[in-house]
Design a protein around this ligand. Structure first.
Ligand code: BT5
Length: 275
């Protein structure tokens, strides 16, 4: 389908949205290497904000730092949205945090469970990853664009063996095979609402506040942070205004983490050393 697609037949409007800025338009594919790569290609060709690429499978699904996102056929929802944000460039990292709220909204509204958010891009249930987000930027003739990719695991027993301990799916959590179309609809609704709100004057501040209440990692959690060239350990102390995670090390220094992987240090949360 992806090689000879007919945009006229494949484009469907999400009609019942009352959106000021972002009007999602969905382009569907049976198979793609990566929906992020296809969305970036479309952005380079001038795609408007709100173009949403959805694929039933990805043959080269990507995580951060060129890691693999396992994307077996019809086992997950794989989508990417083209954005042309009008917020300050140093606030663009907030788009990843906002998207994690969007996914948490969608999971709750569609299936009634709360997922925890692990900074910056993981949605976890009982410590296992049900969804991941990949936000990238790209220079186009129309200016810099952002591509936001979302992967959500739908069905149980479809993930590779090596991910069984770290990953979960909606079916595993709820006991029922989920309706992917309903989830997609709710995700796009929430995305539009939150993205519009992010463009309001107090939007970034309010979003950060809400993120803090939705993530068990935001405050007082002992974490190990893997950076490119070092490992930092400390206790989380909320978010900076650009979305960086504030981590207080054992010497009392506050480190601002802008890129890296966070692991909770088990057994240490809230612990006070004996005198
Ligand atoms: C992410 O990266 O979590 C970002 C995932 C984004 C995927 C979407 S799907 C649609 C769009 N198109 C793409 O090509 N990508 C986006 P990161 O934080 O780096 O986590 C990657 C790690 O998660 C891997 O190294 C594995 O350990 C684990 N992982 C891989 N596939 C998984 C899956 N399906 N479910 C849970 N964990 C997975």
């Amino acid at each position: 389908m992806n090689e000879h697609f007919d945009p006229v037949n494949l484009v469907s409007r999400v009609d019942n949205l009352t959106i000021q800025r972002m009007r999602p338009t969905i382009l569907r594919f049976d198979s793609l290497p990566s929906t992020n790569t296809e969305a970036a290609r479309q952005a380079m060709r001038g795609a408007s904000e709100g173009l949403c690429i959805v694929a039933l499978e990805q043959t080269a699904g990507r995580g951060r730092r060129q890691r693999v996102w396992a994307s077996p056929k019809a086992a997950g929802l794989y989508l990417s949205i083209v954005l042309r944000p009008r917020i300050e460039i140093n606030s663009w990292p907030l788009i990843t945090l906002m998207t994690s709220l969007v996914v948490a909204d969608g999971l709750f509204e569609a299936f009634g469970f709360h997922a925890d958010i692990k900074w910056p891009n993981d949605l976890l249930v009982s410590g296992r990853k049900v969804s991941g987000i990949l936000a990238e930027t790209i220079e186009t003739d129309q200016g810099r664009a952002a591509i936001v990719g979302i992967g959500v695991n739908l069905n149980a027993n479809t993930l590779p063996e090596e991910l069984r301990d770290v990953a979960t799916s909606i079916e595993e959590v709820t006991g029922h095979a989920p309706d992917a179309e309903e989830l997609l609809r709710l995700l796009l609704l929430s995305f539009s609402r939150r993205y519009n709100a992010l463009h309001q004057a107090s939007g970034p501040e309010e979003m950060l506040k809400e993120w803090t209440t939705c993530s068990s990692y935001s405050e007082g959690t002992r974490v190990r942070v893997s950076l490119d060239d070092e490992i930092v350990e400390g206790v989380t102390r909320g978010l900076a205004s650009d979305g960086a995670l504030r981590v207080e090390t054992d010497t009392g220094e506050i480190r601002l983490v802008r890129a890296g992987d966070i692991t909770a240090v088990r057994g240490a949360q809230g612990a006070t050393p004996l005198q």
